[in-house]
Design a protein around this ligand. Structure first.
Ligand code: PLP
Length: 232
């Protein structure tokens, strides 16, 4: 198990480096977030032993159990799943980043509930960039006003945008969605200071995402293999 995680990390790291070279970007400008949802804590230990320290989780209780179990390691935890407003407190108390804020109320609660002794929680505004029905994320035209409001909350720090574009095998279409998100970030940056993050690209589309400016790629399957189904 450990050997294959190690090989997978080497392969993904090489893919990111290649994509950076093609795009004329420094390799260090893209950070690899290992999406460990449904994977046991042991897989995270194995990945950490290979040099990874940023992990993304979608399911709150599962994440809290792993954060507790792995508290001997120096890890950076990112919440990337849908957020119910009655579940914001443990997120504010236990994570370093949240990528899936898509409305002001969630940002306000995270800001209010962030413990004062901790630095502000890093936030990405999630955008429904492909305008899919019943998908998470604000619409692109809602982003400017939301970003301005989120950037003024003291307990959080708005860092940028996150999106999960419509699934497609067409690389041109993938690139277009990522380019749309990059242009939206550039537009917001005229009004909102400190925006430096584009969280975009998963196992199937990390190369076009890096080509269009991703600064965080969120990779699960390509590192850990197919996910263990949740029986809920
Ligand atoms: C599961 C998930 C990922 C990782 O997807 P893979 O295709 O397994 O790399 C990335 N981002 C979000 C928001 C996810 O839920």
């Amino acid at each position: 198990m450990k050997a294959s995680i190690e090989e997978n990390i080497a392969q993904v790291t090489e893919q990111i480096a290649d994509a950076c070279r093609h795009a004329g970007r420094p390799v260090a400008s893209v950070s690899l977030l290992a999406v460990s949802k449904t994977r046991p804590a042991e897989d995270i230990r194995a990945a950490h032993a290979c040099g990874l320290n940023r992990f993304g989780e979608n399911y709150l209780q599962e994440a809290l159990d792993k954060i507790d179990e792995l508290s001997d390691l120096d890890l950076e935890w990112h919440f990337i799943g849908p957020i119910q407003s009655n579940k914001t407190r443990p997120i504010a108390e236990h994570f370093h980043w949240v990528h899936s804020v898509d409305r002001l109320k969630i940002g306000q609660r995270l800001s209010d509930q962030r413990p004062e002794a901790m630095p502000p929680l890093n936030i990405c505004l999630q955008v429904n960039i492909s305008r899919e029905q019943s998908k998470s994320g604000c619409l692109p035209e809602e982003a400017p006003e939301l970003a301005k409001a989120l950037s003024q909350l003291p307990g959080i720090r708005l860092r940028g945008l996150m999106a999960i574009p419509k699934a497609t095998d067409d690389e041109q279409e993938q690139r277009r969605a990522f380019a749309d998100l990059r242009q939206l970030l550039e537009q917001l940056a005229a009004d909102v200071p400190g925006l430096d993050t584009l969280s975009m690209g998963m196992s199937g589309d990390l190369i076009p995402a890096v080509a269009e400016g991703a600064t965080i790629v969120r990779i699960g399957t390509a590192l850990f293999g197919a996910r263990i189904p949740k029986n809920v």
